[in-house]
Structures are given as C-alpha cells and as structure tokens.
Design a protein around this ligand. Structure first.
Ligand SMILES: Nc1ncnc2c1ncn2[C@@H]1O[C@H](COP(=O)(O)OP(=O)(O)O)[C@@H](O)[C@H]1O
Ligand SMILES: [Mg+2]
Length: 266
C-alpha cells in the first residue's frame, strides 16, 4: 500500500539523509519507526505524503507515485500527517473550525460534511469540545483535534511524527489509545517515535540508522538484537526490556503490562 523503492534523499547536494531506503507497509498494519535524533525520521514522514519528493527512487501510495504532481492532492487525502507540536498545527480558532477547515476544499454536500465532522470528533472523543478554543485545550486535546481534522478527510494511512513527544503522560496515553482504536478499526498507522516503550504498541518496527533501515521486524525481535546498543535511544529502558526478554521469548500481555507499569513509575 505504501512503498518506498530505493529512495534517496538529501536537502543539499553532497549530503545524504536517506540512502536507498526500501520497505513496504501494508493495509491495516501498525508500524513504529524509530531512530536517533536527526536520523531522518521527519524527512521520511514528509516523503510519505509528497511534501518532499525522492531525489532518486520512488514513493508510491497504492499505484500513485509522489513524483507525479497530479497525484499529490489525492495522496495528501490518503496519507494524513500528525506533527510533533500541537500548537503549530492549530490554525483556526476552534476545534470545529479546525475539522471543517480541511474539508472546505473537498466541496462536499452539507450533510456529508457534517456527518464527517461528527464522526471524526467522536473517533478522538472530542465531541464535547467542538466549540473549544485552542487555549482551553491541553496538548493531548489539541493533538486529538489535529487527528480529527485529518480523519475527516478519510485517509487510508495516518502518520504520527513524534506526535506524543511534547505531551504529558496523560496526553500521551490518550494519543496512543486513539492510535490503537483506529488501528482496531482497520486504519493503517505509522508511529514515528524515539520512546522505546511506545514501540511495544506496534506490530512491526523499522529502525532508521545512518540513512537506511537497519532493522525490520517485531518489537520483541528488536529488543533482542544488539543494533539497539548502537542507537541513542532510551538505553536504560531498552536494557530493562532486554533483561525481561531474556526470561521470556515472546512479549505477552502480562509482560507488556509489567513493562508499562515499570515505565510509568520509573
Ligand atoms: N529543511 C531542511 N533543510 C536542510 N536540512 C534539513 C532540513 N530538515 C532536516 N534537515 C537535516 O536532515 C537531517 C534529518 O532530519 P530529520 O528528518 O528532521 O530527522 P529526525 O526527524 O529523525 O530528527 C538532520 O541532519 C537535519 O538537520
Ligand atoms: Mg523529527
């Protein structure tokens, strides 16, 4: 569904941000992408919906290549991007306006528009905050409003670019639970994060390092590989997990819970 085929990217000639990146993300997957600061995660995210175009290689959403400018409006409808800062994303003066804003270009019939707004606000549990203004909202609520605005466009893929990193623990949990819920309804989720505990929520993890994907597998496989030691991620937590995984080969629900509790209390 989302295909990176030998993608090469640089901002300035002579520099390499991404070198020959290839992977495919399938419909309905929940994929985490991890990597150190400056490893190119946001660049990757912007390549996913055509905000950036590969210098070499190809990015496709279904059959649509981001290299073809005619495809970009459809691609942007299909791939929604949620960014890091809740404040920078809020462009209107209320939650409702925020959701309506993106829809205005679609020229939908009135009923369709209001049905979409309703459904999107409910999906992120913000239906009681439709009239709220940005300054009345917590970071987590603002991020949920941003997600609602994207959902109203009926995307096929949601990409979260460190969308939890500026939130308090409660806001972070809210966003993670929205991701889980949307995933259970069949949405394809790509969660870019440097919080290793959040990787546990995903079915599959890609590790971005030195401009390429150096790991592609399940979270438990990731914690078993030594590649982790080379990356500047949450070392103490990773080490803790490693220890736990040494006793258990698979992460079952109980272990996940134990790890989460440990994380939140440490
Ligand atoms: N607009 C830009 N112009 C030039 N260099 C950039 C730009 N955006 C990011 N970079 C550089 O590209 C590298 C990867 O950045 P980014 O994709 O934001 O990494 P991450 O999201 O993993 O922290 C960094 O070295 C960063 O300084
Ligand atoms: Mg980034």
């Amino acid at each position: 569904m989302l295909t990176f085929d030998q993608v090469h990217y640089y901002y300035r000639k002579g520099q390499t941000i991404l070198a020959s990146v290839s992977f495919e993300i399938h419909e309905g997957e929940f994929v985490a992408i991890v990597g150190g600061n400056g490893s190119g995660k946001s660049t990757l995210a912007r390549l996913m919906n055509g905000l950036l175009q590969p210098r070499e290689g190809r990015v496709r959403i279904g059959l649509l290549s981001t290299l073809n400018a005619e495809n970009l409006p459809r691609i942007r409808e299909q791939v929604g991007l949620v960014f890091q800062s809740p404040d920078d994303q809020f462009i209107t003066t209320s939650v409702l306006d925020e959701v309506i804003f993106g829809l205005e270009n679609l020229r939908l019939p009135r009923e369709e528009m209001s049905a979409r707004v309703d459904q999107a606000l409910r999906a992120v549990r913000m239906e009681d905050y439709a009239e709220a203004m940005p300054h009345e909202l917590s970071g987590g609520q603002k991020q949920r409003a941003a997600i609602a605005a994207i959902l109203a466009m009926r995307p096929r893929i949601l990409v979260f670019d460190e969308a939890t990193s500026m939130l308090d623990p409660q806001g972070r949990r809210q966003i993670l639970s929205v991701m889980q819920e949307l995933h259970s309804q069949g949405m394809t989720i790509i969660h870019i994060t440097h919080h290793m505990n959040e990787v546990l929520e995903a079915d599959r993890v890609l590790l971005l390092d030195g401009g390429s994907i150096t790991f592609d597998g399940t979270p438990s496989e990731l914690f078993r590989t030594k590649t982790l030691a080379d990356n500047k991620l949450d070392q103490p937590f990773a080490a803790k997990l490693h220890l736990l995984l040494g006793l258990n080969t698979e992460l079952n629900a109980d272990w996940k819970e134990t790890i989460r509790t440990q994380w939140h209390t440490s």
